[in-house]
Design a protein around this ligand. Sequence first.
Ligand code: ZN
Length: 501
Amino acid sequence: MDAKAAYRELVERGRERAYLGALGSLAGWDLRTKSPSKGHPHRARAFAALSRVLHQKATDPRIGELLASVEDSALIEDPDVAANVRAWRRDYERVTRVPESLAVEIAEAASRGESAWAELRKKNDWEGFLPFLKKNIELKKAYAEAVGYEDEVYDALLEDYEEGLLTRDLVPLFETLKDPATRLVRRIMEAPKKPRTEILHRHYPKADQEAFILEVIAELGYDLEAGRLDETAHPFAVRIHPGDVRITTRYFEDFFNAAFFGSVHEAGHAMYEQGLPEEHWGTPLGESVSLGVHESQSRMWENLVGRSRGFWEHYFPRAKARFAALADVDLEEFVFAVNEVKPSLIRVEADEVTYNLHILLRFELELALFRGELAPEDLPEAWNRKMEAYLGVVPKTYAEGVMQDVHWAGGAFGYFPTYTLGNVYAAQLFEAAERELGALEPRFAEAAFAPLLGWLRAKVHHHGRHYPPAELIARATGEPVSAGPLLRYLEEKFGALYELT
Ligand code: ZN
């Protein structure tokens, strides 16, 4: 087979899958924003039909033949070809190693688990939920055996979300974070200075929130001619295809933070997708690299930019002009309030400091489950013990404890670590960007976000999946992945806000 023709066919097949996937994404966006409920059962069947077609296309033996013919040719010396072929090979091997019957069983158990969880959580019924959880764990163990792993079962699960990430590297990374983060939370709790958060719970009319958000995200660099903002119960960002990357948010008229920071977060995801090289659409070079890197982009815009003093130096006067609720509030008070640190039971409501402890707890429990060191029956007790140790709070119900997240109900083990990895990467990237560009907060105060976005475009977005995530971060920052920058950032920022000594 002619290698050039083989490569062309691989690209064409990749694009075809990408376009079909794009229609699926569009239908998913529609389902979660606009679609009438009587059509939902049919939509579910449409998704199942589409995913069968995509699975057949992804496992077609022809792909293996085409890859082999490019791998054996001189064409593989082209770095772009090599990067695409490496990623295609990896994906092809992983998807073809899982027997179709197992893949179907996993998908069905996930969907049953999620529906059951939604009902059982309302009733605080842990005993009822346990069989679904056990089934998911058992199936994911079988999955790991089928797909293969480096050292241990959990590696196979991490690999689904963060290519190349190994448990043996993740454990020490998270360990360096745990004690300093726990200590920082304690010091903040003991600090006499507290923010006046009541100001965030005044009346913020929805129409004004929306107008303000649209103004801000456009100035950050989210291209609204290649995107849009809609309302949903659970906010998300989705790329349909280049030129169409949408975000959603949720408004509370009695709470400023939810829609504002949620939208900036989703705009961060969307700007990454808008920055992927369009000429590589449908191939790995045109795809985002991992959940961790994705989350680094959203967290950076949400927290390192959107919760910075510099940012609000520019936007607070505009917010004040728009919202009567802020009439008696000054800049310092506002910045302190949006950065409140307070241990809480619920992960999705957690602040920048306590958030990572929620993740560490979940990671340690998942690892113990898959190493056989913890029985699923004993999860609630282990959960509560760790909550007490890390955050000093203990849930009174399963619903606000071990049953609060959908992830385990859907079998998504290995997903949680990517949230904290996102924070780790974000701080490391931001520190490197400042080394090259100079201090960024004074730029934010002038609404100059293009230098940071341009840097991220060049160092992260532009590369697609050219390098595995850890290598991408190391190349962008000149250093291996480490928690050092995140700890420095948290201690400096919150030390100053809470006047810690
Ligand atoms: Zn996110």
